[in-house]
Design a protein around this ligand. Structure first.
Ligand code: SF4
Length: 374
């Protein structure tokens, strides 16, 4: 079953194409986890997160500034190369300017039937953000109704909320198993699961994960004395890097990435007006650093994760030129150090220099060993 998540991750395009053939439904590619997938599920549309391929490319240079983050350029390259030609629509909810440029450029150069920019407020700490977002979700709902020809009722919205919340609760259970002294799954396996959840129909994901959760507690990984690491920072689905680190006697037990825990951490309340409840979830969720101001709330969350998952060291990664994370990382590293958690900073590009990073991670793990923190 663990292999299923890897297969979905690697064959994401085949999955989406087969889903379309099977259901006759529409697929929307989205660029940021602030997109309210609940409304798309309510309309019977499959939301698929657009991610890069980690392969060198030379097609984005004329369309996106070279000093925008490599993740944004990699995502745009997928569109320009036709890897997502099956999409019926694309959308983004405002987060950082880099990924918005990917959306805008994609819209111009690979026009699709439906494209939507959702003005998700950046100042989520303002009291006005909730009523503002609720209003924007009403406008978005109408746009989806016009596009699909389907009226979205409150009952549909509640079903959309339920499928998303179930997925969140199940993934949270998967992460809870990683608190154990000998976790029954590796960080790589967890990454495949949570990233696959962003690409496949949540119905398929929920069924598979539910079945897996019944069996996982009985699973024993070979080595129980691994160094417990946390990984956090910019977008990250770099499985090759995670695999390399875990081959050195460490295990990632938790993360704070938009492709990881930030994606599923908060649920939508099932009480009251569904659109208001959805808006509240996206305003109150663990924020992307582009929205975590004037107060920095994410640091306390990260420290709590580190405590609860008994983390011994942190790998802090930043996509090159990623401004939002670059601003947060020094404060995060300082706070972790004050908690007695050393951190290793690494800058990621479309491809990462595995050999060079291996040497740095080995030195970091050796230092953690010498400090006898485990
Ligand atoms: S937050 Fe950083 S990693 Fe994410 S899209 Fe923006 S610049 Fe890229």
């Amino acid at each position: 079953m663990m292999e299923k998540f890897k297969e979905w991750y690697e064959k994401r395009h085949d999955y989406a194409q087969e889903w379309k053939n099977k259901t006759g439904g529409k697929v929307v590619g989205y660029f940021c986890t602030y997109v309210p997938e609940e409304i798309l599920y309510a309309a019977g549309v499959l939301p698929v997160r657009i991610l890069g391929s980690h392969e060198p490319q030379d097609v984005t240079e004329p369309h996106i500034f070279g000093m925008y983050c490599p993740f944004c350029r990699d995502c745009l390259a997928q569109g320009l190369k036709g890897k997502y030609d099956y999409l019926d629509g694309i959308m983004i909810a405002q987060s950082c300017l880099h990924i918005r440029q990917t959306y805008t450029s994609w819209k111009i150069h690979k026009p699709v039937d439906f494209s939507y920019y959702l003005p998700m407020p950046n100042n989520v700490q303002s009291k006005r953000s909730l009523p503002y977002l609720k209003g924007e979700l009403e406008v978005f709902k109408k746009a989806v109704e016009e596009w699909t020809g389907k009226t979205i009722t409150d009952d549909d919205l509640n079903k959309g909320i339920e499928i998303m919340n179930t997925s969140r609760a199940l993934t949270r259970k998967l992460y809870d198993l990683r608190k154990e002294s000998n976790p029954p799954l590796s960080g790589l396996e967890a990454m495949y699961a949570v990233v696959a959840s962003q690409m496949v129909d949540k119905k398929d994901y929920n069924e598979t994960l539910q079945e897996l959760l019944e069996k996982l507690p009985r699973r024993q990984l070979e080595n129980s004395s691994k160094i417990r690491l946390m990984i956090l920072g910019s977008e990250d689905d770099d499985t090759e890097f995670v695999e390399m680190v875990e081959s050195l006697g460490a295990i990632f037990v938790v993360d704070d990435h938009c492709t990881g825990s930030r994606y599923f951490w908060n649920e939508v309340s099932s009480n009251g007006n569904p659109l208001e409840a959805i808006a509240a979830r996206y305003v109150e969720r663990v924020p992307c650093p582009s929205k975590d101001w004037p107060e920095r709330t994410r640091i306390e969350h990260i420290k709590k994760l580190a405590q609860d998952w008994k983390v011994q060291g942190a790998v802090v990664i930043q996509q090159k030129f990623c401004d939002p994370h670059e601003l947060d990382i020094p404060a995060i590293i300082k706070s972790l150090k004050e908690e007695g958690i050393p951190a290793q900073f690494l800058e990621f590009d479309v491809t990462v220099p595995i050999g060079q990073f291996k040497t740095r991670v080995e030195a970091f793990l050796e230092m953690l060993g010498e400090e006898d923190l485990y």
